[in-house]
Design a protein around this ligand. Structure first.
Ligand SMILES: CC(=O)N[C@H]1[C@@H](OP(=O)(O)OP(=O)(O)OC[C@H]2O[C@@H](n3ccc(=O)[nH]c3=O)[C@H](O)[C@@H]2O)O[C@H](CO)[C@@H](O)[C@@H]1O
Ligand SMILES: C=C(OP(=O)(O)O)C(=O)O
Length: 428
């Protein structure tokens, strides 16, 4: 096991290239199950979620080869192998195996997913969608069993705007008979990316990226080549880090339209942000102003950037309030920020931050992926050394974090944990 160490106070300068989007990658890989010939996906991020999903694809009989950042999956010999336990529990997006296997084989057994613990994360809307398409769905000892004689298109209204449910229903519906209409669908760019791949495979989908998606089922889907979109959350994280310690940082391979709410908020707090077609330039400023932020469904401010921006706001003058309307308990980073001398408290679904405070390096633990990003941001700003454990969370979503930050001038490195540290970590 390793820990991350950061010597704070070093200015960031230079250029960083953003990887392919985690939340697309984790849906694109299961989507290949639906094709009956090889699919190549370009630009996948080098993260553990991609590695785990690729090995799950192998477990069900797919062949996977990775060449540079190109993943080639041959789905011809796949079978609907039950996956009730094991690796499916290590990430959230294993739930996409349900929709994809149901679409292709009309049956699937998949354990309830893992992923970040951010409060309750039910999958009732996914199940409602599968049932509307004609599947019988049961939960047996923590695994979801799905079976259908045949899938039939249906009109499905999502009670909650859900990224996962929208994509999962799309995966099953592309192979249903007739038309499916998903109403109150989520509108994230990753949904458009998955629809683009499915369309290249031969699916008929209209309206992805709006709140009504129409899908006309087809009998066969076939292989294709697809290039993934850049990760707007990774880009946003580097923008926040650059705002916290940057002189001039150019973030390359970004779609600025995908991160407009962050750009607006950074400008509001006093950061200079310039954009062109696929780059964002951030010029950090010493005197930042407090701001209120509310996370909302897309195109509102993304919940996945709530934790990193909370760390940045410790540097802003005045009182900021960050409210998460998507998750009820996405505040595990706050106690750790307090260890680093931040003046933050949680009231209900809001974090109230009083700044500016000078952060101090400390030993802290990443409880989830974006809590990790928040602690790295804080570590870059803090006086002295910050030591972060819980790297398995950070590795789920940040490709080559140490190399990318070192390239910008940060002093950051990974170190092996001692036996005693591992024991303390496991008991904490
Ligand atoms: C792999 C992936 O893409 N993860 C992203 C995805 O997660 P995920 O797809 O799991 O998140 P959802 O959009 O489904 O969840 C949004 C909200 O709806 C609730 N809900 C969801 C489904 C359901 O059946 N019932 C229900 O009540 C959830 O508890 C949550 O409060 O979108 C989240 C919200 O932008 C992001 O934080 C995650 O990074
Ligand atoms: C919550 C996240 O991921 P997941 O849904 O995969 O747990 C995230 O990417 O911030």
């Amino acid at each position: 096991m390793e820990k991350l160490k950061i010597e704070g106070g070093h200015k960031l300068k230079g250029e960083v290239r953003i990887s392919g989007a985690k939340n697309s990658a984790v849906a694109l890989i299961p989507a290949t199950i639906l094709a009956e010939s090889p699919v190549t996906i370009e630009g996948l991020p080098d993260i553990s979620d991609v590695a785990i999903l690729s090995s799950l694809i192998e477990e069900i009989g797919g062949s996977v080869s990775m060449d540079a950042h190109e993943l080639k999956i041959n789905p011809e010999k796949m079978i609907s192998m039950p996956l009730p336990n094991g690796k499916v529990k290590r990430l959230r997006a294993s739930y996409y195996l349900m929709g994809a296997m149901l679409g292709r084989f009309k049956k699937a057994v998949v354990g309830l997913p893992g992923g970040c613990h951010l409060g309750p994360r039910p999958i009732d809307q996914h199940i409602k969608g599968f049932e509307a398409l004609g599947a019988k769905v049961t939960n047996e000892q923590g695994a979801i069993y799905l079976r259908a004689e045949e899938l039939k298109g249906a009109r499905i209204y999502l009670d909650v705007v859900s990224v996962g449910a929208t994509i999962n229903i799309m995966l099953a519906a592309v192979r249903a008979k007739g038309r499916t209409v998903i109403e109150n669908a989520a509108k994230e760019p990753e949904i458009i990316d998955v629809a683009t791949l499915l369309t290249s495979m031969g699916a008929r989908i209209k309206g992805a990226g709006t709140d009504v998606i129409r899908i006309d089922g087809v009998d066969h889907l076939s292989g294709c080549r697809h290039s993934i979109i850049p990760d707007r959350i990774e880009a946003g994280t580097y923008m926040i880090m650059a705002a916290s310690m940057g002189e001039e940082v150019l973030i390359d391979n970004v779609i600025p339209k995908h991160i407009e709410p962050l750009i607006a908020k950074l400008r509001e707090i006093g950061v200079e942000v310039q954009t062109n077609d696929d780059q964002v330039l951030i010029r950090g400023k010493e005197n930042l102003k407090a701001a209120d932020i509310k996370t909302l469904v897309h195109p509102g401010f993304p919940t996945d950037l709530q934790q990193p921006i909370t760390a940045l706001l410790t540097k802003a003058e005045g009182t900021s309030m960050v409210t998460d309307t998507i998750y009820s308990a996405r505040f595990k980073h706050i106690d750790e920020l307090r260890r680093m001398n931040a003046s933050v408290k949680v009231e209900g679904r809001s974090a109230i931050i009083n700044g500016p405070t000078e952060l101090q390096g400390a030993k802290v633990k990443a409880s989830d992926l974006r809590a990790g990003a928040a602690l790295v941001t804080a570590g870059l700003m803090a006086k002295g050394i910050t030591e972060i454990t819980g790297l398995e969370h950070i590795d789920r979503g940040y490709s080559h974090l140490v190399d990318k930050l070192s390239g910008l001038g940060a002093v950051i490195w990974r170190e092996r944990m001692t036996e005693q540290e591992i024991e303390q970590f496991q008991n904490s």
